[in-house]
Design a protein around this ligand. Structure first.
Ligand SMILES: C[S@@+](CC[C@H](N)C(=O)[O-])C[C@H]1O[C@@H](n2cnc3c(N)ncnc32)[C@H](O)[C@@H]1O
Length: 269
């Protein structure tokens, strides 16, 4: 039953099934979630996972990595599976370093698209595209994407906390490779994805249970598997590491997490 305190439901939004974007929004204290999403998040919190710390640590990695890439002179970003607006956003961080940095936000969730469009309506060099990131040809061939980003110049591809929802049968290595092949030298891949490295077995089964309502798989990956996703990129120091250990800042939470992501940033030469 949907309470009267629920946000207004835009047309075409299914609130009988959980959405990854809205579960994540709830974990980050957002308001764009419904009872069905909160039920999944509560189940995650009741398992051995610490999903809220995990989500915050992932956003902290995003901020450090986007800043790092912008400091290398990259002024264009393609954020795949961008999620609901969260501050600081990719463009806020990038523009702090490179004023006028251009950002395309891609997501397949209609709630994300509605909010991003409203938020970015006035933004020059900021666009939101509804697309399935598993179809690089559709994303890269989109006129909106091509109008915003110049692929003859370096572009940073961001794939943050998304590939663990893409199973092996979808060929994640092939998907990343198709984006890589469209990039100019000096472009970056920034990636963070759930890992089996050091994962608590209770956490793994608890998470699978919590996500069982999704029609998407939940696939943790080893260090070697994440390294393979960077094929064709030269890894920046310190390579592929647990995300809290990737160039930590003064405020980075270094208390070990029971479950975390492996993260890295690599440049195409
Ligand atoms: C866990 S959130 C991560 C958001 C953001 N990247 C971050 O790290 O803060 C995953 C996002 O990916 C989106 N997503 C999942 N599968 C997708 C797909 N096949 N194509 C595009 N977006 C997808 C979800 O809707 C959700 O917004």
């Amino acid at each position: 039953m949907v309470s009267s305190l629920e946000p207004r439901v835009p047309e075409g939004i299914d609130i009988t099934h959980p959405s990854i974007a809205r579960v994540y929004d709830y974990l980050l204290d957002g308001k764009d979630n419904f009872a069905v999403d909160r039920a999944v998040a509560d189940k995650l919190m009741a398992s051995h996972l610490e999903p809220k710390r995990l989500a915050l640590a992932n956003r902290d990695f995003l901020v450090r990595a986007v800043r790092f890439v912008a400091e290398q002179g990259v002024a264009q970003f393609l954020d795949l599976g961008s999620g609901l607006p969260t501050s600081p956003s990719v463009h806020e961080v990038a523009r702090d370093v490179v004023p006028g940095a251009r950002v395309v936000y891609v997501d397949h969730d209609p709630v994300v698209i509605a909010h991003n469009r409203a938020l970015l309506a006035t933004g020059d060099g900021l666009v939101t595209v509804r697309a399935d990131l598993r179809d690089p040809q559709a994303v890269l061939g989109s006129e909106i994407v091509k109008d915003c980003l110049d692929f003859a110049q370096p572009v940073a591809i961001l794939l943050l906390s998304i590939l663990h929802f893409i199973g092996d049968e979808e060929d994640p290595e092939g998907i990343v490779a198709r984006y890589r092949d469209a990039l100019a030298p000096g472009s970056f891949l920034v990636l963070s994805t759930g890992t089996s490295q050091g994962a608590d077995p209770g956490m793994v089964s608890g998470t699978r249970d919590a996500y069982q309502d999704y029609s998407t798989p939940f696939r943790l990956r080893s260090h070697a598997e994440v390294l393979r996703l960077f094929d064709g990129f030269e890894l920046a120091d310190p390579g592929v590491v647990l995300m809290q250990d990737w160039r930590p800042g003064k405020t980075t939470d270094r208390v070990p997490l029971k479950a975390t992501n492996l993260s890295g940033a690599g440049v195409k030469r």
